[in-house]
Design a protein around this ligand. Structure first.
Ligand SMILES: Nc1ncnc2c1ncn2[C@@H]1O[C@H](COP(=O)(O)OP(=O)(O)OP(=O)(O)O)[C@@H](O)[C@H]1O
Ligand SMILES: [Mg+2]
Length: 282
């Protein structure tokens, strides 16, 4: 079933998703097919963005790659090992990243270290360095309610990075932010990414965000989700958000938008409407 099981570091596929489907069964009555026979591969060090309308199964796919949900059929491997449950080499940033309200920013950043029962002292400096890097020096001792929404997201990014997971799974990490803060977060993530160069899967509704950040963009269709486009971005790194002004960038965005619209043509919910709120926020 699984292709490319043996992985040589630096080459080959790092993530292999092979004909994966997910059917949610709530009792016997209403089964929901959230993901339908999805296959794709990600190389080590690659940043892959997944675009798709709301409810098409993106979070479900991310949960399966992160070992938090079981696939109904098909196989997923990361770093040559089949996913059977959560793993410490995978860091996940969820759609609604919540911090522990009674803990300070730095304690929140160190939370995964505590969960993994690793020595806090070893990661203390790294946690502070990360907070500095995201512009939160001086805020390490603040509680979440003393921070803005954008600051809380930055703490959440630091929390995902603190124990240096090899794979980052980010599920619409910036969707709750206003457009300007979101642009700032994109720039920050671009910088962090270029320093850490981990492998990443990044789910978003925003075409521009995907094209700016990713090496490859996958387009998923409406439920049951399948992948209808796998496009390699032609932009060299390091990148800056200024590439968003280029003609090539905008042509790629237009192509992806058409691709998404085309893939939904004739379907019940339509497509432009499905992407409109997120696009309008850009
Ligand atoms: N635990 C669950 N039990 C039953 N159905 C579920 C469950 N989780 C998700 N679903 C259904 O599976 C489908 C895909 O949901 P999912 O959350 O993966 O979509 P999504 O693409 O992440 O959407 P969004 O962009 O709004 O976050 C939806 O129809 C949803 O109702
Ligand atoms: Mg989701």
């Amino acid at each position: 079933m699984m292709s490319g099981a043996a992985v040589i570091p630096g080459t080959g596929n790092y993530i292999t998703v092979s004909e994966v489907s997910k059917i949610y069964r709530n009792g016997t009555a209403d089964a929901v097919e959230a993901v339908s026979s999805v296959s794709f591969e990600v190389k080590k060090g690659e940043f892959v963005a997944i675009l798709g309308p709301s409810g098409c199964g993106k979070s479900t796919l991310m949960m399966m790659v992160g070992g938090l949900e079981k696939a109904t059929s098909g196989a997923i491997s990361v770093a040559g090992t089949a996913m059977t449950g959560p793993r410490t080499d995978i860091g996940i940033m969820f759609q609604d990243a919540t911090l522990l309200p009674w803990k300070s920013a730095v304690e929140n950043v160190l939370f995964p270290v505590r969960v993994l029962k690793r020595p806090i002292d070893t990661y203390w400096d790294a946690a502070h360095a990360l907070l500095d890097k995201v512009g939160l020096n001086g805020f390490a001792g603040k509680k979440p309610h003393e921070l803005s929404g954008g600051m809380r997201q930055r703490v959440a990014i630091c929390r995902t990075l603190v124990y240096e997971p090899e794979l980052l799974l980010m599920d619409e990490p910036f969707s709750a932010l206003d457009a300007i803060t979101r642009d700032e977060m994109n720039e920050l993530l671009l910088d962090l990414w270029q320093q850490y160069t981990k492998t990443a899967l990044f789910v978003t509704h925003s075409i521009r965000e995907a094209v700016l950040l990713a090496d490859r963009v996958l387009v998923m269709t409406r439920r049951p989700a399948t992948i209808v486009e796998d496009l390699t971005m032609p932009f060299a790194r390091p990148r800056t958000p200024a590439i968003g002004d280029s003609r090539e960038f905008n042509e790629i965005c237009a192509h992806l938008r058409r691709r998404i619209e085309h893939s939904h043509f004739g379907e019940r919910h339509g497509s432009a409407a499905a992407l409109a709120p997120a696009e309008a926020a850009e």
